[in-house]
Design a protein around this ligand. Structure first.
Ligand code: 5GP
Ligand code: ZN
Length: 137
């Protein structure tokens, strides 16, 4: 299903032109308009899902297999030194376009980008509490 008000639906289905580097019946892969680095690509399903919570399992599997394929393609063609796969869900996590997408970001020794977090200190007891909260019902 397509959302009439969604820009990524329009891009994914070819209504708005984009710099496409791969396409199949389920996905279009485009170059990001505000790239972190040379070759920063976005994997877009052609159907509209807001985020990973909504994405059906079969497409989730296909999306991550495609992420691997695009990673190998970018490594081969652009000769990058590393690569980040990033997938944001929700405003708090940095999502700005609410149509599921995976960022494929080639990294270069001198790219001056910082993709990361500030590691917090945590005790074994605190880790155990969290483990219980998640793992035990
Ligand atoms: P998010 O922050 O939601 O994970 O990522 C959204 C990404 O989409 C950003 O990296 C932004 O640069 C990119 N973007 C937003 N609008 C457009 C557009 O119209 N075309 C393309 N190619 N990229 C876009
Ligand atoms: Zn959409």
């Amino acid at each position: 299903m397509i959302d009439e008000n969604c820009i990524f639906c329009k891009i994914a289905n070819g209504e708005i032109p984009s710099k496409t580097i791969y396409e199949d019946e389920d996905f279009r892969v485009i170059l990001d308009l505000g790239p972190a680095t040379k070759g920063h690509a976005l994997i877009l399903p052609k159907d509209h899902y807001n985020d990973v919570y909504e994405l059906p399992e079969d497409l989730t599997g296909k999306a991550f297999i495609l992420a691997k394929k695009i990673s190998l393609l970018l490594k081969k063609k652009l000769n990058c030194d590393g690569l980040n796969l990033i997938q944001n869900n929700g405003r708090t996590a940095g999502q700005t376009v609410f149509h599921f997408h995976i960022h494929v970001i080639p990294r270069y020794h001198d790219d001056h980008q910082h993709i990361g977090w500030n590691p917090q200190e945590i005790s074994q007891e605190e880790l155990e509490e969290i483990q219980k909260e998640i793992f035990e019902s």
